[in-house]
Design a protein around this ligand. Structure first.
Ligand code: PEP
Ligand code: MG
Length: 575
């Protein structure tokens, strides 16, 4: 019997495939007394050998998809399994204390973890605690005969089903096999959803119950355009989903014809339609979709994809690649925006009650200046290879911007004094994503070269609604007049000072929001690369004069998000 679920449509596209459960199995066990300890030791040795076999495969796959450096994490795991101090202690415990292998493994690994974690002055050794934890999980799963999911090992077409996906889980998904994903929790602007869009993987998040509604290997149909999910679909339902997939593919083929066209409205006004990227690898999507700029390069993924802070040279290579590939089109590089749902395993941040309101982004950069200076130097050195614009995330006060600018100028002066070639036209801008900055945009506009409105956070903070929490996702209201007023004030303030304004939050690629933004006079629209052609196609059908009249109403007369959605639908019709 088929079962229908409804979630949040998070990434366009339709898929029907077998479910792959990316769910941690229950690894609980009971302590048992053992008489035949030799057989128990053999059982443990077999679990170690099987774990080692897994790790060889995982390592090879990781090297293929993520590179040698990431793959080395698994060498550390294999070394633990080969360490007689670890495995020997477990075997001795089984023999001496006559306990089952699960109990001995758990006891010994806890001792190792506690020892490593106590080495507070040695970050390298502290990190080994995490490796011991991972290896223990793997051996335990073999002892208990349970399957430990691993996205790197997927080798057939599947829809990944998970309670939640972290950005690093999402980064491991192989587009060739992963045809879609569905989660219990999450929101449209959580980073895993944003990444799904750039990977072009159809996704539905926030279904509440998908992990308890489907079994591994069962057929599941996903519609990332509507948020519909059907477990074990009937033949008729499968045909419906396939039809929907075909309609979407036809639409995409139509949009593709605009790849080399400029983005102009029906009344001949040009706007910039740009793309957001997370790594230089995303440039393929930017070029394939004919984006006119990179409006947001989220550099924190460079830090997240690494096992330690990336060196100045590693960063330089990444920035150079992006600038050179896009040249002469401009690239807005945002300095590291760590914190919230983006974590660095090698730089543990203190536990916080409200990580999205905590120690993150520019707050870390201004506090840990050695990290910030390294990034700015790498950017400055790369600046001669293209058209660089630098943007600071999470700016709340003008003092923060001035402090960041001062560090930038100091590093620039040092490099110039050392004879390094640095571009002299680097614009410095800020994200408008904290309401305080939006309200004070008229003053900020005197200090910065440009603004980029980050609606994902601006809406989260204005509505006090966590962007990753599906229970409050109804408050993600980009067309709410309160949000539109902040956007309008930001745009008008910038224009008054002769500065340009972009938007790089997900709303910039939303077909209801785009007509409103055209009416408000936004200059640059930066979105997942996969939305670029859809938006260009929409702009071609709209007249800015009509959109101005509509936006005026939306800002001044309407009282709700839904009112404004209806207003746009009525004005724009089914263009
Ligand atoms: C935003 O907040 O809108 C934004 C673009 O940045 P991020 O999604 O990375 O927080
Ligand atoms: Mg943000």
């Amino acid at each position: 019997m088929s079962k229908e679920l409804k979630g949040i449509a998070a990434s366009d596209g339709v898929a029907v495939a077998k479910a792959y459960m990316l769910v941690e199995p229950d690894l609980s066990f009971t302590k048992k007394a053992i008489d035949d300890t030799d057989t128990e030791v053999s059982r443990f040795k077999k679990a170690v050998a099987d774990s080692n076999d897994d790790l060889q495969v995982v390592r090879a796959k990781a090297k293929e998809s993520l590179g040698e450096e990431e793959a080395q994490v698994f060498d550390a795991h294999m070394m633990i399994l080969a360490d007689p101090e670890f495995t020997g202690a477990i075997e001795t415990k089984i023999s001496d204390e006559k306990v089952n292998a699960e109990q001995a493994l758990s006891d010994v690994s806890q001792t190792f973890i506690a020892t490593f974690e106590a080495m507070t002055d040695n970050a390298y050794m502290q990190e080994r605690a995490g490796d011991v934890r991972d290896v223990t999980k793997r051996v335990m799963s073999h002892l208990l005969g349970k399957k430990l999911p691993n996205p790197a090992l997927i080798n057939e077409e599947v829809v990944v089903v998970a309670h939640d996906l972290t950005p690093s889980d999402t980064a491991q998904l192989n587009k060739k096999f992963v045809k879609g994903f569905v989660t219990d929790i999450g929101g449209r602007t959580a980073h895993s959803a944003i990444m799904a869009r750039s990977l072009e993987i159809p996704a539905v998040v926030g279904t509440d119950s998908v992990t308890t509604s489907v079994k591994d290997g069962q057929l599941i149909a996903v519609d990332g355009l509507t948020g519909e999910v059907v477990v074990d679909p009937s033949e008729e339902q499968q045909a419906d989903f396939n039809k929907q997939a075909k309609t979407f593919a036809d639409e995409k083929a139509e949009w593709a014809k605009l790849k080399t066209s400029p983005s102009v409205t029906a009344d001949g006004k040009h706007f910039t339609v740009a793309a957001n990227i997370g790594t230089p690898k995303d440039l393929d999507g930017v070029l394939d979709n004919g984006a006119e700029a990179v409006g947001l390069y989220r550099t924190e993924f460079l830090y997240m994809d690494s096992s330690e802070l990336p060196s100045e040279d590693d960063q330089f290579e990444a920035y150079k690649k992006v600038l050179e590939t896009m040249n002469p089109k401009p690239v807005v590089v945002r300095t590291m925006d760590i914190g919230g749902d983006k974590k660095l395993p090698y730089m543990p941040l203190p536990e916080e009650m409200n990580p999205f309101l905590g120690y993150r982004a520019i707050r870390i950069s201004l506090d840990r200046q050695e990290i910030f200076r390294t990034q700015l130097r790498a950017l400055l050195r790369a600046s001669e290879f293209g058209k660089l614009r630098i943007m600071f995330p999470m700016i709340a006060t003008i003092q923060e911007f001035e402090a960041a600018k001062k560090v930038f100028t100091e590093e620039k002066d040092k490099l110039v004094a050392d004879g390094v070639k640095v571009a002299d036209d680097i614009q410095l801008g800020i994200m408008i994503e904290i309401p305080a900055a939006a309200v004070l945009a008229d003053q900020f506009a005197k200090h910065v070269d440009f603004f980029s409105i980050g609606t994902n956070d601006l809406i989260q903070y204005s509505m006090a609604a966590d962007r990753g929490n599906d229970r409050v996702s109804y408050l993600y209201q980009p067309y709410n007049p309160s949000i539109l007023r902040l956007v309008k004030h930001t745009i008008d303030s910038a224009h008054k000072e002769g500065k340009w304004v972009g938007m790089c939050g997900e709303a910039a690629g939303d077909p209801i929001m785009v007509p409103l933004l055209l009416g408000l006079g936004l200059d640059e629209y930066s979105m997942s690369a996969t939305s670029v052609l859809k938006v260009r196609s929409l702009m071609k059908k709209l007249s800015t004069a009509d959109m101005q009249v509509m936006a005026e109403k939306a800002v001044n007369e309407s009282i709700s998000n839904d009112d404004n959605k209806a207003l746009v639908e009525k004005t724009v019709g089914n263009k």
